[in-house]
Design a protein. Structure first.
Length: 162
């Protein structure tokens, strides 16, 4: 990995807030599932499954607590140095209001489909789309998307902008 242009990482407060909200939501669902005598068996089972999924997500957020996304001239890397997406595979940075993207984030459209990959609150990659954001502050994702746009323009123009 060469020189780091931008590194984004969620704050501990945002991570903790997400874990607390997910855990409390799971507890409410479990309460309705076991204490709600008027619910059908199917409804109780559904609430129980949803609570388990929420608790799984909360523990995943704790496990990936120090995760980060790093932008270099080669592409995006995770905090362990593993390539998430090369710059040559990126075609478009979509920051629009109506695009399917993570909260406070942006979407990268890819030339070629890549294998599914996910880091809670940081990014997800499904097929030809890479969503960045979630638990990261809007100012950090805006900075990264602006730098990515400049890097993609550098490829087209053939001169350094960044």
């Amino acid at each position: 990995m060469s020189d780091i242009i931008v590194k984004i990482q969620p704050s501990a407060v945002r991570r903790l807030f997400g874990v607390v909200v997910l855990s409390l939501s799971a507890l409410v669902m479990l309460n309705f599932a076991f204490a709600g005598a008027t619910h059908s068996v199917a409804m109780k089972f559904t609430l129980f499954v949803m609570a388990v999924v929420f608790l799984w997500q909360a523990q995943a957020n704790l496990r990936f607590g120090n995760a980060a996304l790093i932008l270099t001239r080669e592409g995006l890397f995770d905090d362990k140095g593993v390539l998430v997406c090369s710059l040559s595979n990126m075609t478009l940075i979509d920051r629009g209001w109506f695009s399917f993207k993570p909260s406070n984030g942006f979407l990268i459209r890819l030339r070629e489909a890549e294998k599914w990959k996910w880091s809670p609150g940081i990014y997800w990659r499904i097929g030809r789309r890479l969503g960045v954001g979630g638990a990261i502050s809007p100012s950090q994702t805006k900075e990264m998307s602006d730098k990515l746009v400049l890097l993609l323009q550098e490829k087209v123009l053939g001169e350094k902008l960044l």
